[in-house]
Design a binder for this molecule. Structure first.
Ligand code: ASP
Length: 334
């Protein structure tokens, strides 16, 4: 059945050109070119909503929340089969994960982008939009949560990350692989990602900091966070979830003295953190000091999740439960 796909544009290289000065910049009206792609209207009836035209490093959590509310609204329309969101690649995985956590619909939401700008030789924008619209218009894409489609691969927002600064094959899901592909004759899914949670949020807590640890880290700088108004912290520890001994004391102080949720994830891009090591700063030691384990998500995604959860509750136990449960597909938490 031919349905309507709404393309919500936010900006990124897909709406940029090289300026006479040589630098690549947003093109006024660049988003509108997206619907002018040959063959697009044959796939679905396409409607364009020009949400913003910003480089994705200018994306903010409050804009993500606004975007999420808009996408939820669009998906409630009966005539809409799916939504495509165009975005810069740099922070696409953060917005994708934000939408995955906060968009409450079984209809497909597919994010896409380009690595090459509009007038660059071999630009990948039009092809990526065409493929993303095919995914959004397909029945197979329903119920997967938010998807990311570039270079004819389909990835889960929960798993995908930008891996290459310049190559068009930049998006990958390390440790998982793609969910499926877009081929000339079909949209094909090989598997399903089973860790989706959805939260209905009206507000989020934006003051969540992200810290990547390093050898010799004394963590002292983090003691400034409460005074600066930060309410939550995500720490990217080493390996299984371990940090230098002095940082362990700082994290405990933030949890105990400031009631700040501190979520631990790993600098490794595959695998979960766990309370394995009991030496000072090891995962088991951190757990006994009140640190929350963020499972397998990356630091940037754990920060998004903490912002969303803290928009719902300040209850540390509830936040811990939401991070430490092993996800089951489509659990809804209000
Ligand atoms: N810096 C650009 C951005 O994220 C790159 C891109 O769009 O892919 O907006």
């Amino acid at each position: 059945m031919r349905g309507k796909v709404v393309i919500v544009t936010t900006g990124g290289t897909i709406a940029m050109v090289k300026s006479p000065g040589g630098g690549v910049v947003p093109l006024e009206g660049g988003n509108r070119l997206i619907t002018a792609i040959e063959g697009l209207q044959e796939i679905a009836e396409v409607e364009l909503i020009d949400f913003s035209n910003i480089p994705s490093p200018h994306m903010t959590p409050s804009r993500m929340l606004k975007l999420s509310k808009r996408v939820n609204e669009i998906l409630r329309r009966e005539d809409v089969k799916g939504v495509v969101v165009t975005h810069g690649t740099d922070t696409l995985e953060e917005t994708a994960y934000f939408l995955d956590l906060t968009v409450d619909s079984e209809k497909p939401v597919v994010m896409t982008a380009s690595m090459r700008n509009i007038n660059e030789l071999g630009t990948d924008g039009p092809r990526n939009v065409l493929s993303a619209v095919r995914v959004a218009a397909s029945d197979e894409a329903r119920g997967h949560g938010v998807l990311v489609c570039l270079n004819d691969e389909i990835h889960a927002a929960r798993e995908v990350t930008k891996t290459y600064t310049s190559n068009v094959a930049t998006f990958d899901s390390p440790g998982y692989g793609n969910l499926g592909i877009v081929d000339e004759d079909a949209v094909i899914f090989f598997r399903r990602s089973l860790t989706r949670s959805v939260y209905r949020v009206d507000r989020i807590e934006e003051m969540v900091y992200l810290h990547k640890t390093f050898t010799g880290d004394d963590g002292r700088v983090l003691l400034e966070l409460p005074r600066m108004g930060y309410k939550g912290l995500v720490v990217e520890g080493f390996g299984r979830g371990n940090v230098p001994p002095k940082l362990a004391d700082v994290l405990e102080e933030l949890v105990v003295e400031w009631s700040m949720p501190v979520v631990l994830v790993s600098r490794c891009f595959k695998g979960r953190v766990l309370n394995v090591y009991a030496y000072k700063g090891g995962g088991a030691d951190l757990r006994s000091r009140g640190v929350i384990f963020g499972q397998e998500v990356s630091g940037q995604k754990a920060r998004i999740k903490l912002m969303v959860l803290m928009g719902l509750t300040n209850d540390m136990d509830r936040i811990r439960k939401e991070f430490e449960k092993m996800g089951k597909a489509r659990e809804i938490h209000v």
